[in-house]
Write a protein that binds this ligand. Structure first.
Ligand code: UT7
Length: 327
């Protein structure tokens, strides 16, 4: 049996830090409120002239370097993003060109904060089907460009960043992606979405003046569904593999809000030391949170051979999913 193994991880965070104190000067909020309600202390903001493809390319280069794989060997690039450089073509194609991954075919996945686990699921299926041997899976966002910096309900939450993994085919391997469980429910669109610019809301002076195109969220409602869905999809992964919470070495959830992570971990019955949290440093970077956290955990030596790693994400769509990995 062929399994998809992660052989390299990489990440890239913009240098510029925007603290809660910086945001206090922009909207009616406080450092205390943001920390108490979200756990976020600061986030990274892409520089002028720095785009999602740039962050994605640097994260991918670092993952390739760790894996000892050259860009020319890559069969496919899948990029989870909702903040591509352009509406089209796919930002994955720009990354392909940047890397010189001439053999790869490249496409984006739009699944908001679940973008990386959706992309990982596609890539793992591709490898297991024997269609290719080496794949780059990336989550990359510059959310600072679609956030309304006059809306205190949303602007305090988000940040920019990118993470990537190299997946390689391994014959008869115990380690690799064990399972993927992905879900969607389009009935919740109004709770979390970006109205413009697509083909429903097209550019006009009026809608820009009214701040219509920017990200919209009814946070309180999203919160409840997020905790329920992250819990259910995490338990689904464990049950499908005949495992229980005590078997999980590290839970790496989508980092949206520390309270969501703690509530979810409690429901799954995980201890604090089984949960990786870095939302305080980067805020919610949507599709990038999980691969950034994986890379940090990996480089800190927290992911050891044989470990069971549980990834779970939830985001706009709604979309949600879990991936169980044996490291
Ligand atoms: O990535 C996946 C999708 N996203 C998420 O999973 C995010 C889910 N939601 C959340 O993280 C939380 O709902 C928020 C952090 C967005 C909000 O926290 P909350 O505890 O749900 O607050 P709330 O929306 O119920 O607002 C409570 C109060 C309101 O004031 P009133 O109506 O009680 O007077 C808000 O106007 O807090 C006010 N508020 C703020 N106050 C200071 C909202 N944003 C701010 C702010 N600073 N930035």
């Amino acid at each position: 049996m062929i399994r998809a193994r992660i052989t390299g991880t990489g990440s890239c965070l913009p240098e510029k830090i925007r603290t809660n104190f910086d945001i206090e000067k922009m909207v009616d909020t406080t450092n205390d409120w943001i920390i108490a309600r979200t756990g976020i202390e600061e986030r990274r903001i892409a520089a002028d002239g720095e785009f999602t493809s740039d962050l994605a390319t640097r994260a991918a280069e670092r993952a390739l370097e760790m894996a000892g794989v050259s860009a020319a060997e890559i069969d496919m690039i899948v990029l989870g993003t909702i903040t591509g450089d352009y509406p089209w073509p796919a930002t994955a194609c720009i990354v392909q060109e940047n890397l010189g991954a001439d053999k790869a075919y490249a496409y984006d996945i739009s699944a908001a904060c679940s973008g990386f686990v959706y992309a990982l699921s596609c890539a793992s299926d591709f490898i297991q089907a024997g269609r290719g041997k080496k794949v780059l899976v990336i989550g990359a966002e510059t959310l600072s460009r679609i956030v309304d910096w006059t809306d205190r309900n949303t602007c305090v939450l988000f940040g920019d960043g990118a993470g990537a993994v190299v997946l390689e085919a391994a014959e008869d391997s115990e380690s690799g992606v064990l399972s993927s469980h992905m879900h969607s429910d389009g009935s919740y669109l109004d709770l979390l979405y970006q109205p413009g610019f697509g083909t429903r809301v097209t550019p006009s002076v009026e809608n820009i003046t009214d701040h219509i195109p920017y990200l919209k969220m009814q946070g309180n409602e999203v919160f409840k569904v997020a905790v329920r869905s992250l819990t259910n999809v995490s338990l689904e992964a464990l049950e499908a593999n005949g495992l229980s919470a005590s078997d999980v070495s590290l839970f790496i959830p989508h980092q949206a809000n520390k309270r969501i992570l703690e509530a979810t971990a409690k429901r799954i019955k995980l201890n604090d030391d089984q949960v990786y949290i870095n939302v305080h440093k980067y805020g919610n970077t949507s599709g990038a949170t999980i691969p950034v956290a994986m890379d940090e955990a990996n480089r800190a030596g927290l992911l050891k051979s044989g470990d069971v790693i549980l990834l779970s994400a939830f985001g706009g769509g709604f979309t949600w999913g879990s991936t169980l990995i044996r490291w």
